[in-house]
Structures are given as structure tokens and as C-alpha cells.
Design a protein around this ligand. Structure first.
Ligand SMILES: [Zn+2]
Ligand SMILES: [Zn+2]
Length: 484
């Protein structure tokens, strides 16, 4: 299939025929009436249909609810009334909501629609009076969490103060975590999170340039920010956005698990971002766990993670923010500034950055293609089982069988042969590479730069924690009873 390019002209000056039609032309002034209420003057074209402002906002809220409801409705109600599942308001939830807010259009529009729909209470336990026509709230209270990446690069602005004001104006609690806090052993205790470890966690250093990525315990006097910058300098420039994605997910998971009574973590990831994820994830070798990454809701330890904006594009979310006069900043700039400049100079960039540009261009010229990519992604099914033992410590998703062997067949790398048990005992070393999934083996690719790039880096706490548990498991494995 080829999208063609209507802008291109052949040698006779005639434009080439595009195999996929461009977006529908804007109707003439006389026919600009909302196609939903058929009364008001239309302001927007959404999926080739004309909408007035009120119908547009209603349509957006309905699509948000369609993603939210399956995770909120008890199983019994879902099975009894499958035909009405999009119309029945779910009951009040047992826990509270945790809303991830980046300041981008997706999360800002999500927060605004949830407040406008009356989903979130004030934390006073008040219930709606249904006899008076009031609608039941879904969560008694919500907390907003923001992860600040401004320390990573000079080009990334600090949005903490602005977003704190946004949360305060809506009567919500606010938690700000810095990206470098993934290296801070005292983060959980500092935020007052539950499950803070009483024992000091070991600090592990990984040799990224080693074939097996050997680990060793170390004592470090680095600040968390220095550790994060060292890790990013060690990695290839193309791998840095993928690593920062892992940092974001790990922080949100830690906060969701640590705060008391969180039942739902709500993410404002739009369909445009999902389309980028599908293309870049496939290219980076994350195909195995991609269906799990794209799921609109999934149950984690004690809470549901819901991608409530999965059916709404970044353009629609931006329009919602625009008509409601909400400020937004869409660019993450994870590929900007000193993150962007790699060993190959200005031309070096990441797959995420390239995909982002590609999808943004596509959504302007051929908007239907972006939703086709998203719909295709929705059809993907996870082929693995529920094997808790084969979880990748970096992305915390199931890993495929023998990714190292697969990697050795598909890339020009020389990998050290796997250690035999006797060698393992003699050297008493623990390698990271055999525990990673294929996609994360690609992410932890060392920088090719010989000049000044560090050879090793401190591991973030969430990886050290899982490695420690793996190591303990292997140490005591001979004492574990077989299930059979
Ligand atoms: Zn209308
Ligand atoms: Zn992984």
C-alpha cells in the first residue's frame, strides 16, 4: 500500500493520483450546520463529520467514558447488561483515583472532562442524591502526579509550579516526582508512600559495554541527577527516549502502589501517541509485549491502569483545551538539546523522534491512516501465558523465550556464551542481559562514542530491587519445594 503524495507532480505538471484520499474538503459556508443536533453552526470537523461546540464536547466525553467504564464496572453488571454497558454510569469505586498529568493536551483534556463530568468528589465522603437527579461520583478523591524531566536536559522546562496550580484550582492533591528520583533510595519514605523499604537497598552498577552487562554492588557518592545523566550518557542517543519512557512508567507505578487506597491510575495517552508506540515499538523489537502496552486497561498490583484517552487524538484533545481555554504543552522534548546530539552529530536521532514526526505529518495529510494504525494495534493479542518468573526488570513486562539467542541471530553483536553452572559459581557474578526482554536489550545499547562516554552506570532502584529478588531466588532455589 502506498499513501502517495498529492503534493508531488509528474513531469507534465499533473499531480500524481494519491492512492489514499486526502482529508475531505471543507464544506461550503451554507452547509456548515452541526450534523449531530442539526441546529447550531458547526465549528469542528471530527472524523469527517461536522460538530458544533456543545456536540463536540459531548462526543469527547462519551469517548472518554467508553474507555473508562469497562475498568470501573463490576463484572456482574457487565455480564448482565452487555448492550447497555456504554450508557450505565458505574457505581462509586472503593479506592481513589491517581491522575498522571504531564501538561500535554491528552492529560489536560482528560482531567478537565473528568471534573466536568462530576467523576471526582472532594474527599469528604459525600454521596450524590440520586433522587434529586445528581449523578454519582466515581471516586471520593483524586491525586494528581506529575513527573518532572527538566533535570534531564536544559531544553525541557519545569512544569511543576504550573501543574500544582492546576491541581489546586480543582481541589486535588498534588505530588511531583523528578525523573532522577528513580535513583533515590529514600524516595518512597520522602513521599510518605506505603511499602517503603526498611532495609537499605543495594546500589548496583552495570557495565553497559560488557557483552553480558555484568552487575556489581557499589557505593556511590553521586547525586540522583548525576546518576541519571551518567546512565543517559552511557546509552546510545537513539535509546534514550525509550529509557526515559521506562523511567516515567516506573515512577507512576511506584506512586500508584505506594499511595493508600489507589484503585485506578489514569493516563492521558492519546490515540496519536498509541499509533507512535505501535510503529516505534515494532521497530525496536517490542512486538512480544506490545499488546499489553497498548491495552486500554490492565490490572496491576492492587490497582487498574486505564488509558482513558485511547480513543481521542492529540488534535481533538488540543481542540478541547483550546475551546475551554486550558493551557497545554504537548512537546516532551526528550529528543531535544543535549539528548539529541549523539555520536553522529546533528543527524543522529531516535526512532521515537522519527516516528513522532512521521505520525504528526500523517495526521495532517491522511488522518484516517492514524486511526487505521491504532485499530490494527487493538487487534494484537498477547501470545504468552501468565508467567510471573519471566518478567523483564527494565520494562516490567513479560519477556519472550531466549531473547539473547534471538538477538545474536539478528544483529551484528558478539555475545559472550552463557556461563555454565560451574563457571557461574566460580565467578559469582550476576549478569543483567539474560534477564532482559528483546526490546530492552536494544534499549540498553551502549553509546558508540569512544570519547568520554562512561563505561558503566548505576542502575535505577526499581531494576536493582527486581534483580536483588532474582538473585535471592536463585540462591535459595535449591531449597524451594517443587510444585509437582
Ligand atoms: Zn450540535
Ligand atoms: Zn523489557
Amino acid at each position: 500500500m502506498s499513501c502517495g503524495s498529492p503534493a508531488q507532480a509528474d513531469e507534465h505538471g499533473e499531480p500524481e493520483q494519491a492512492l489514499m484520499p486526502k482529508r475531505r474538503p471543507i464544506p461550503s459556508r451554507g452547509s456548515r450546520i452541526c450534523q449531530r443536533c442539526r441546529e447550531a453552526r458547526a465549528m469542528f470537523i471530527i472524523r469527517s463529520a461536522l460538530y458544533c461546540r456543545s456536540c463536540f464536547e459531548q462526543n469527547m466525553r462519551q469517548r472518554l467514558m467508553r474507555q473508562l467504564y469497562p475498568a470501573l464496572r463490576p463484572d456482574e453488571a457487565r455480564s448482565k447488561n452487555p448492550s447497555k454497558r456504554d450508557n450505565v454510569r458505574p457505581p462509586i469505586q472503593r479506592g481513589n483515583a491517581l491522575i498522571a498529568l504531564s501538561g500535554g493536551a491528552g492529560s489536560m483534556a482528560m482531567l478537565d472532562m473528568m471534573i466536568a463530568s462530576g467523576f471526582i468528589g472532594q474527599g469528604d465522603g459525600r454521596r450524590a442524591d440520586l433522587k434529586k437527579g445528581e449523578k454519582e461520583i466515581l471516586w471520593d478523591h483524586a491525586t494528581v502526579v506529575h513527573v518532572d524531566f527538566s533535570g534531564v536536559s536544559d531544553g525541557i522546562e519545569d512544569r511543576t509550579e504550573w501543574l500544582q496550580g492546576v491541581a489546586a484550582a480543582r481541589g486535588l492533591k498534588f505530588i511531583a516526582v523528578k525523573a532522577e528520583d528513580v535513583f533515590d533510595v529514600g524516595l518512597a519514605a520522602r513521599l510518605g508512600l506505603q511499602k517503603a523499604s526498611e532495609r537499605p537497598m543495594p546500589v548496583l552498577e552495570v557495565g553497559i559495554h560488557d557483552a553480558g552487562m555484568s552487575l556489581k554492588a557499589t557505593t556511590s557518592s553521586e547525586t540522583p541527577l548525576q546518576s541519571l545523566k551518567r546512565m543517559l550518557a552511557t546509552l546510545s542517543p537513539a535509546s534514550r527516549p525509550a529509557f526515559l519512557c521506562n523511567v516515567l512508567d516506573a515512577i507512576l507505578e511506584q506512586v500508584a502502589r505506594g499511595l493508600p487506597d489507589v484503585s485506578h491510575l489514569l493516563l492521558g495517552e492519546t490515540s496519536t501517541r498509541q499509533a507512535q508506540r505501535i510503529i516505534s515499538g515494532t521497530a525496536l523489537g517490542r512486538g512480544w509485549s506490545l499488546p499489553l502496552e497498548l491495552a486500554s486497561s490492565c490490572k496491576s498490583e492492587g490497582y487498574y491502569q486505564v488509558r482513558a484517552m485511547k480513543d481521542i487524538s492529540i488534535k481533538e484533545a488540543s481542540m478541547y483545551c483550546w475551546v475551554n481555554r486550558r493551557a497545554m504543552q504537548n512537546h516532551r522534548k526528550w529528543t531535544a538539546g543535549d539528548l539529541h546530539s549523539g555520536s553522529r552529530g546533528k543527524g543522529s536521532t531516535s526512532l521515537e523522534g522519527l516516528t513522532e514526526d512521521f505520525i504528526a505529518g500523517l495526521s495532517v495529510t491522511h488522518p484516517a491512516t492514524v486511526s487505521t494504525i491504532t485499530r490494527t494495534g487493538e487487534k494484537l493479542m498477547f501470545a504468552g501465558g501468565d508467567d510471573r518468573d519471566s518478567i523483564c526488570p527494565l520494562c516490567r513486562l513479560p519477556k519472550e523465550q531466549d531473547p539473547l539467542e534471538w538477538k545474536s541471530k539478528t544483529s551484528l553483536t558478539s555475545l559472550r556464551p552463557a556461563l555454565t553452572s560451574t563457571e557461574d559459581e566460580e565467578s559469582a557474578r550476576f549478569d543483567l542481559a539474560p534477564h532482559l526482554c528483546y526490546g530492552c536489550l536494544t534499549t540498553l545499547t551502549a553509546s558508540a562514542s569512544k570519547k568520554g562516554a562512561p563505561q558503566s552506570a548505576i542502575l535505577p532502584q526499581w531494576i536493582s530491587d527486581r534483580i536483588r529478588r532474582e538473585a535471592m531466588r536463585s540462591e535459595i532455589s535449591e531449597f524451594l519445594l517443587d510444585d509437582t
